[in-house]
Structures are given as structure tokens and as C-alpha cells.
Design a protein around this ligand. Structure first.
Ligand code: DQA
Length: 147
């Protein structure tokens, strides 16, 4: 049997992690978080592919391309979380496990961050655990894929 794989998608401004508001997002770089997620996936016997983009259309393309290729998508959509119906619709057309992931807890921040248009099409959401969320999200995907 071929190894199942996870697509980890990072949205806008996450390329600046480590420099960007470390009091909110921590001091780890995106590379550190991808390394943690990759290691966790390997421990669970899964492959993990990562892609970061600041462009909404590119994220939509990656979600569409994941159909029939990846078993799960873990997505931190950045600010697109709060208004991208295009990402919502693309995820709705993905047949596998979908995990919404945030470093911070958007529900405890400004009111405009309390709305997620991604949450209604996600299998589940992991928010507010900082870098640990990347490990937890991969473990949750692995568990959902094995059940
Ligand atoms: C974020 C939360 C979003 O509200 C914000 O726009 C981000 C990062 C997080 O990981 O906490 O860019 O997705």
C-alpha cells in the first residue's frame, strides 16, 4: 500500500514567522514548524508536503491539486481564514480530512478574527497552542486517517 500523505498549507504572512509579532506568534520560523510537523508525520508513518503562499488563488490551486493525491490537508490560512469563500469552496470539494490550524487563538483576539469561513468545512480546528499545534494537528490527522 502506498504511504498516505498530508498537505500542510500556510497562508499569507506566515513566511514572516519568527520576525512577525513574536509576542503573539512565537519566535519559531515557519521552517521550524514545518520540521516539527514533518517529524511528527514520519513518526506516524505519513508523508508531509508543505506549501506557503501569500496569494489566495495559489492556495486554491494547491487545494484542488490535492484531490486524489493527499489524504489530509492541514491549513493555517492566515487572515484568509476570516473572509476567503474561495478557500472555503475549494476545501468543500476535498474529500479527505481537513484540519484548520492557528498558532494564536483567534477567538480571544479582535472581533473580526472570531469568524472563520474555513471552520464549517473542516473536520476540526486546532487553535491557540502555538508551535505545539503543528504536532497536535498532524497527530489528529493521523488519528482521523486510521479510524
Ligand atoms: C493566524 C491567525 C489569523 O487571524 C492571522 O491573520 C494570521 C495567523 C494564526 O496562526 O494564529 O495570519 O492564522
Amino acid at each position: 500500500m502506498t504511504k498516505k500523505s498530508i498537505l500542510l498549507l500556510s497562508g499569507p504572512n506566515l513566511n514572516l514567522l519568527g520576525e512577525r509579532q513574536p509576542e503573539i506568534y512565537g519566535s519559531n520560523t515557519l521552517e521550524d514548524l514545518v520540521e516539527l510537523a514533518t517529524r511528527t508525520a514520519q513518526e506516524a508513518g505519513l508523508d508531509l508536503v508543505h506549501h506557503q503562499s501569500n496569494a489566495e488563488g495559489e492556495l486554491v490551486d494547491k487545494i484542488q491539486e490535492a484531490r486524489g493525491v493527499h489524504s489530509a490537508i492541514i491549513i493555517n490560512p492566515g487572515a484568509f481564514t476570516h473572509y476567503s469563500w474561495a478557500i472555503h469552496d475549494a476545501l468543500a470539494a476535498f474529500e479527505g480530512v481537513i484540519i484548520e490550524l492557528h498558532l494564536s487563538n483567534p477567538n480571544a483576539r479582535e472581533p473580526w478574527r472570531h469568524i472563520s469561513v474555513v471552520a464549517p468545512v473542516a473536520t476540526g480546528s486546532i487553535v491557540g497552542f502555538g508551535q505545539d499545534g503543528y504536532r497536535i494537528a498532524v497527530q489528529a490527522a493521523a488519528s482521523a486517517l486510521s479510524s
